[in-house]
Design a binder for this molecule. Structure first.
Ligand code: KIV
Length: 277
């Protein structure tokens, strides 16, 4: 890549991001986040983003599941540790997997401690579907675990929802999302993420909160954006309508492996051994 195309923020002495430095970006410039699930990709994306989500979308993007529901805490710890081993300057946030936020507080706290202590996450993200979960988040924050509250479409509830759809299009839904976002800020979330939140509602939430509101499929009125790495790179055949593909890695991989296979079959690779004199 030539220097002109490389749009890394101009910060040669870039410091390791913290919850505070991410929060301070609100109102200054858009915050950029992306998912990563392993060390190699985390190393590549790190210079360009503010935070990296080790999403439970690892399930449907890397592990062959049809959604995020089968992803376990052990899987999340494993992938979070792999991303942390890249030693990124971006803030590593790990997803709390299916069901855990609805178990009792001790179980949730133990799970979050594993993501932080074994996985090396510096924050966790929780899909918030009830007031009871919001109350537990207060305790996690008191325990020293920074939390991102995830509202709008909650992919972990896909089996109840029967599919993916947007939220907050009508007044009642908009007010509900706004109310939850405010409560999440009150209990100490340092950031709120809204998935498939109608753009009007997303803008209202962004304006109402002091902490950053990050959108995915929620329009341009948010404090920042996050996308799934496989969608961005063009690894997935089908992507949600809001996604913009920035590469065609699937095509590049097919081309490269096809060339390699042809070279092996035709004897072009490896080159014939030469005896050393
Ligand atoms: O797991 C994930 O990738 C997510 C994003 C959709 C934000 O939660």
């Amino acid at each position: 890549m030539n220097a002109q195309m490389d749009n890394r923020p101009d910060d040669n002495d870039r410091r390791t991001a913290t919850v505070k430095t991410i929060q301070q970006l609100k109102g200054k410039r858009p915050i950029v986040a992306i998912t990563a699930y392993d060390t190699a990709i985390a190393r590549l994306v790190d210079p360009y983003v503010d935070w990296i989500l080790v999403g439970d979308s690892v399930g449907n993007n890397q592990l062959g599941f049809s959604d995020t529901v089968p992803v376990t805490l052990d899987m999340m710890v494993h992938h979070t540790a792999a991303v942390s081993r890249a030693d990124p300057k971006s803030l590593v946030v790990a997803d709390v997997p299916f069901g855990l936020a609805y178990r009792n507080l001790d179980v949730l706290l133990d799970g979050c401690c594993r993501l932080v202590q074994e996985g090396g996450a510096r924050a966790v993200k929780i899909e918030v579907g009830s007031d009871a979960v919001i109350d537990k988040i207060r305790v996690l924050v008191e325990a020293g675990i920074p939390v991102v509250g995830h509202i709008g479409l909650l992919p972990q509830t896909v089996q109840v929802l029967g599919g993916y759809r947007s939220f907050g299009k009508h007044e009642q839904g908009r007010m509900r999302l706004l109310d939850w976002a405010r409560k999440l800020e009150q209990v100490g979330c340092f950031m709120v993420l809204g998935e498939m939140v109608a753009p009007g509602a997303a803008l209202a939430i962004t304006e109402a909160l002091e902490v950053p509101f990050i959108g995915i499929g929620s329009g341009s009125g948010c404090d920042g954006q996050i996308l799934v790495i496989n969608d961005v790179l063009g690894l997935n055949e089908r992507v949600p309508g809001f996604v913009k593909r920035y590469g065609d890695l699937a095509g590049e991989i097919r081309k490269a492996v096809n060339s390699y296979a042809e070279d092996v079959r035709s004897g072009r690779f490896p080159e014939p051994l030469r005896e050393r004199s």
